[in-house]
Ligand binder design. Structure first.
Ligand code: ATP
Length: 309
């Protein structure tokens, strides 16, 4: 049995339209597919949790039709069942996870491949705990956690009014570069302490610190060109304070992964990562924004099974 979790809102309704095509495919019935549609934020996580409890012995794969935000929720809902395979049919606006696992097919063709003959990947994704605790214990992330500038960018980019204008002007693929201009006016580098595998880094201020499972974030920015999702180590990119003109240069070059040529950019690897600050740091996890004073990240002990193509 294959279970589909569909976020009808993802990609401005693209997920819903694609799901209708998937449903018309003969394999949908043949392979005994069932569908659950999300009705609100957080619903995908609850659905995944319930599905796993009831169907864990029979489910062959949970197929997410949505964006990285929906995948994030599903993977968290399945945190006690890492052996249940998950597949993503990307229909969001960013789709960095698919880029990160180098998935080639899309849409109905990807659905057909997943239920017939998928490639299988076992990955150590990330654990994160903010401010020393979380009401549900550790949380998982599939793409990245970014502190500083990208937290502030995601916060603005997720504001209802901002999204509405971007949608109206059909500028969704450029949402982060556009958000950069208003954010830059007031943004100040963050004062932080960083520990990589328990050792303190000599960094007191930074514009941005990104901890990633694979190379991509922010809708195709190649923030960590050398990162590989198969490794049991994160890629950590630290960007020292930069003049504003150089920050714009950073955002131009990061799409090609050439930002690492800037002397203010350092890339390293870590199995565990800790960041603390006396000020509230803006941060984003898989495209959702918040603030924290401390965050501890580690790779998951158990691997998660992913189906892809
Ligand atoms: N029915 C719903 N109504 C409103 N929000 C929803 C609904 N279902 C899920 N969500 C929320 O929508 C958010 C964004 O979804 P998702 O990431 O899948 O799409 P996206 O934002 O278009 O894509 P991407 O993350 O790749 O940019 C998720 O965090 C999820 O909690």
């Amino acid at each position: 049995m294959y279970l589909l979790i569909v976020n009808p809102q993802a990609g401005n309704g693209r997920a819903d339209r694609l799901f209708e095509s998937i449903q018309r495919d003969p394999l949908f019935k043949e392979k005994n597919c069932r569908t659950f549609r999300t009705a609100y934020k957080g619903h995908a996580e609850k659905l995944a949790e319930q599905i796993a409890e009831i169907h864990h012995e029979h489910v062959q794969c949970i197929i997410v039709v949505g964006g990285d935000g929906t995948l994030h929720e599903v993977v968290n809902g399945l945190r006690h069942y890492p052996a249940i395979p998950v597949a993503l049919i990307p229909t969001g606006s960013g789709n960095d996870f698919s880029r990160g696992i180098k998935s080639k097919l899309k849409g109905v063709r990807l659905f057909r491949k997943i239920v017939q003959n998928p490639k299988r990947l076992s990955v150590h994704i990330g654990n994160y705990v903010t401010n020393g605790r979380y009401k549900h214990g550790n949380r998982l992330f599939v793409n990245s956690v970014g502190f500083g500038l990208d937290g502030a960018l995601v916060e603005l980019a997720n504001k209802h009014q901002f999204r509405k204008w971007i949608k109206r002007l059909h500028l969704h693929p450029y949402i982060y570069p556009i958000a950069l201009l208003p954010v830059l006016r007031t943004f100040e580098p963050i004062n932080i302490e960083i520990y990589i595998d328990g050792n303190k880094e000599e960094t007191e201020r930074a514009t941005l610190v990104a901890v990633t499972n694979h190379a991509y974030y922010g809708g195709g920015m190649k923030i960590a060109p050398q990162a590989n999702i198969k490794k049991k180590r994160f890629s950590v990119t630290i960007i020292d304070p930069l003049p504003k003109w150089k920050l714009i240069l950073f955002f131009v070059t990061v799409f090609l992964g050439k930002h690492t040529l800037l002397k203010e950019v350092r890339v390293m690897e870590a199995e565990t990562f800790k960041i603390t600050s006396k000020q509230a740091i803006p941060y984003q996890v898989d495209g959702q924004a918040s603030h924290c004073f401390q965050s501890v990240l580690s790779k998951t002990e158990k691997t998660r099974m992913v189906y892809w193509s």
